[in-house]
Write a new protein. Structure first.
Length: 358
């Protein structure tokens, strides 16, 4: 028997609206936000925050696109309290997200966060809600991720999720006290706004990520670079959030399946402007199977760091500077993500990790 459209969504939530607040961060992509809003609608959160940046002076299409995006957000049609934080001027991605989340977490003790170019499976909201409740008073856990960057599912064994030193913010959740702890040590307020790409990093104490929790030399090098870099394009708000988490010994929950997928590749994207294939998000099974230990899973962390190296490592960044043609980039990306290449980097990582320990 085929389940009627929408019935599976209601079954996942037991017919009860989601009590955890949801924050949606948008800019100027009405086609994208319609998909994102449809996923949120299925969860029917009782509290909704809408954070929208304003038009850029040198982009004449921004006003109409932003108006169309905000018009889609007017289609919220389920009972909920809606807080709109719409900027009349362009703050830039970094300022819009950081100050927007500051506002969210001044109002509520925890929230699920999703951006306008991400689409969530309905199970993501229940997964995040249950884990926010489970780890609310466990300050070892800072972040609940909805995406695992495509690492092999076998690494999770019988668990629905495992713990890593950092994790994806393509759909994620956290608590106000963790976000506020980060902002206490990373208090940049973006005033005055000198650069639309973001203000320079400001820390009240140095970021010192715990190298023992990072598994690969490339991972340690990447976060050591991020801790001292002034480049807010390469090392944006999410890196600084992770650095605060690592410095304070926090952990991320990473799911066995990709419950949230990024669909905003290509023209109009702030990051990820090259076209990529888009996969639908996956559903996670309930009841959740919890791991027995709250600690970094070494092999899962290794896989995440190798993904980070392929995407944002020094070699990857150098190649992007050298290779500009889209076709050539696709070829190189295909080689980097091929099974032989991934297998070699995994084996080499284990060898070099053992050598560094010896």
């Amino acid at each position: 028997m085929t389940t009627p459209t929408g019935q599976a969504d209601r079954d996942l939530h037991g017919g009860v609206p989601l009590e955890t607040p949801v924050a949606i961060i948008v800019f100027n992509r009405p086609d994208m936000i319609r998909q994102t809003l449809a996923a949120v609608r299925a969860a029917r959160p009782t509290r909704l925050f809408l954070i929208a940046d304003g038009p850029r002076d040198d982009h004449p299409d921004d006003p109409s696109l932003i108006a169309a995006t905000r018009a889609v957000l007017d289609e919220v049609d389920w009972p909920c309290e809606v807080t709109r934080r719409y900027s009349a001027v362009n703050l830039g991605c970094e300022a819009s997200i950081e100050t927007g989340l500051d506002h969210v977490f001044s109002e509520v003790p925890e929230a699920i966060v999703i951006e306008d170019d991400c689409v969530a499976d309905p199970s993501f909201f229940r997964y995040a809600h249950e884990l926010l409740d489970r780890f609310r008073d466990d300050r070892r856990v800072w972040q609940i991720s909805g995406n695992n960057y495509g690492v092999p599912e076998r690494l999770f064994q019988d668990s629905s999720y495992r713990f890593t030193a950092w994790g994806s913010v393509l759909g994620w959740a956290t608590w106000a006290d963790r976000w506020q702890a980060h902002r206490a040590t990373f208090p940049r307020d973006h005033h005055p706004v000198h650069d639309p790409q973001g203000s320079a990093p400001v820390r009240t104490r140095p970021a010192r990520p715990d190298a023992a929790r990072l598994v690969t030399p490339s991972g340690r090098r990447h976060f050591a670079d991020a801790a001292t870099s002034q480049n807010v394009v390469i090392h944006g708000w999410d890196k600084h959030w992770w650095l605060s988490m690592m410095t304070d010994g926090g952990l991320t929950i990473t799911p066995r399946r990709n419950l949230v997928e990024h669909v905003g590749w290509g023209e109009g994207a702030t990051h990820g402007t090259s076209e990529r294939p888009v996969r639908p998000p996956q559903q996670i099974d309930f009841p959740l199977e919890h791991p027995t230990e709250v600690a970094v899973d070494i092999e899962l962390e290794r896989e995440l760091e190798l993904v980070l190296s392929r995407v944002g490592g020094r070699t990857a960044r150098a190649l992007r500077q050298l290779v500009r043609a889209p076709m050539a980039r696709r070829v190189l990306r295909g080689i980097a993500y091929s099974r032989p290449a991934v297998g070699f980097t995994r084996t080499w990582s284990r060898v070099t990790s053992r050598a560094s320990r010896d």
